[in-house]
Unconditional design. Structure first.
Lengths: 362, 129
């Protein structure tokens, strides 16, 4: 992961009010984390959609066949399933990407085309038929899951297959759910091609999960809680370390991030490769704070571990006198925990604020 | 006798038992609040009052799983109060407990130990639950 990839991610997801994605082995802990996260972050104007979104997320999740037995985070592989939920404007998107044997593509395609071309009456009929006739379902009639998705959203299910070799393809599917109360004229839907692009980037950077949203104090708490619950076996040093990093970094964004229209927009990503976690964040920061932050990062990057320990203790002693917020203590603490440098970049966007991206390997 | 301070653990703040009569002083759990003052003011006020009339011996236990950097300052504040009690001639022992798989919490214990001139035990325990 590079600061450049954070920049690109942030730009692709620029219009997302919330976006959460996970790639790896799926289990119930991930599912409850994702549904809670989205529920907690849905704007008031979409409150009525909450239950529907949860329902569709669960339905889509369960469509991704491979359920892992353990609740421990595993390193994603090239064959990992991918799940994403996002909100842009009045629409919510629930996206899945998983491997499918090439021999099964035709059956799935047929099912999807059938639900996508049926009107309401036909769908209800199909629903009844599938419920009462198991045989038809097994032979390739539309699956109940797809029918339910279309009935609940009153829309179509965009999908695509991307061949990866002679045996397997990636099956992309997207559920669109639009809030009719807030929908503006001419509001267009995000397409599945964007999903394919995001999926490619996620695979390239070995990303396990990312979250883009509002990082105010109220929003960060539940996010951390859920990640912590999910990293349930915190005995693993690397996971605990990753969590510790996230706490500091997210609380920092919530404190120092530049506020636009009452929101502190931010993005964080966690990647995992060869057992090593990497965390990346991106957020806006006031131009007036850039120089100081740059200086502080350079300072900790250039210090040896012994010197970092000394500096940390110095801050502990003197902090009580100055009492000026966190005085770089968090940053020193992060630097103490990793032998790698903190990579960062500032991109000035206008005369008020810049985009600040950071990556660090644990 | 000073009233018992008893606060339950939450998702981002530790449980507290400050019980002068039974000689129990403990902080246990996670300390990650965004607003550290909101949480720690009460604890520190209690300890400031205790400092005026402490027991002949105080054993204070920290059993923390996580902390954020903002909490660090407040832990320092607590240690400094204990330091003052010690300097005034009372017996004080700080016990810093950490799970044996978690070097990080052990190391930060060392940071605190160096900071004050108090009897300070750093004790690891095995946690298999």
């Amino acid at each position: 992961m590079t600061t450049n990839s954070i920049n690109t991610f942030f730009k692709i997801l620029e219009n997302d009010n919330i976006c959460f994605a996970y790639r790896g082995s799926f289990n119930n802990a991930i599912l409850s984390m994702a549904t809670e996260l989205v529920k907690n972050n849905i704007g008031e104007e979409h409150a009525k959609l909450k239950n529907k979104i949860s329902f569709l997320m669960i339905e889509s999740f369960q469509n991704i066949a491979k359920y892992a037995d353990s609740d421990v985070l595993e390193e994603p592989t090239d064959e990992s399933d991918f799940f994403m939920v996002r909100n842009i404007g009045s629409s919510f998107y629930i996206v899945s990407a998983n491997l499918i044997e090439n021999s099964k593509i035709d059956i799935v395609r047929e099912k999807l085309e059938k639900v996508n071309t049926s009107d309401k009456k036909e769908l209800n009929q199909l629903y009844k038929t599938v419920l009462t006739n198991k045989q038809l379902n097994e032979k390739g009639g539309a699956g109940l899951g797809f029918i339910e998705m279309v009935r609940k959203t009153k829309g179509k299910l965009p999908f695509d297959f991307v061949k990866i070799n002679d045996e397997k393809s990636i099956f992309f599917m997207q559920i669109n759910l639009t809030n009719p109360k807030t929908e503006k004229e001419g509001e267009s839907l995000a397409g599945i091609d964007e999903v394919k692009l995001i999926h490619k980037m996620v695979a390239q950077d070995n990303i396990l999960m990312y979250h883009r949203g509002n990082f105010t104090k109220e929003a960060v708490g539940p996010v951390l809680k859920m990640i912590e619950d999910n990293m349930s076996s915190m005995k693993f040093k690397a996971q605990k370390k990753a969590f510790h990093f996230l706490v500091e970094i997210l609380q920092n964004i919530s404190k120092h991030g530049y506020e636009i229209e009452d929101k502190r927009e931010g993005l964080f990503l966690i990647s995992m490769k060869n057992g090593q976690f990497e965390i990346g964040t991106g957020n806006y920061i006031a131009n007036s704070k850039v120089e100081n932050l740059k200086k502080q990062i350079e300072q900790v990057n250039n210090l040896s571990n012994d010197n970092l320990n000394n500096l940390y203790r110095k801050y502990l002693r003197e902090g009580r006198v100055t009492d000026s917020g966190s005085a770089g203590l968090g940053l020193i603490d992060l630097a103490r925990e990793t032998d790698e440098n903190i990579n960062y970049e500032f991109e000035q966007l206008n005369d008020k604020y810049s985009f600040f991206s950071l990556t660090v390997k644990l | 006798m000073q009233k018992i301070l008893n606060i339950a653990e939450t998702k981002d703040t530790p449980s507290v038992v400050f019980d002068k009569a039974n000689g129990k002083f403990e902080l246990k759990g996670k300390s990650l609040p965004e607003d550290v003052n909101e949480y720690y003011d009460e604890l520190i006020a209690w300890l400031e009052e205790y400092k005026e009339d402490p027991n002949p011996e105080t054993i204070f236990t920290f059993n923390l799983e996580y902390y954020n950097s903002a909490s660090v300052r407040k832990i320092v504040d607590i240690l400094l109060i204990l330091d003052n009690i010690h300097k005034a001639g009372k017996k004080v022992l700080v016990r810093w407990l950490y799970a044996d798989y978690d070097d990080k919490m052990g190391e930060v214990g060392e940071d605190f130990k160096i900071l004050v001139e108090l009897p300070f035990e750093i004790v690891s325990f095995s946690k298999e639950d």
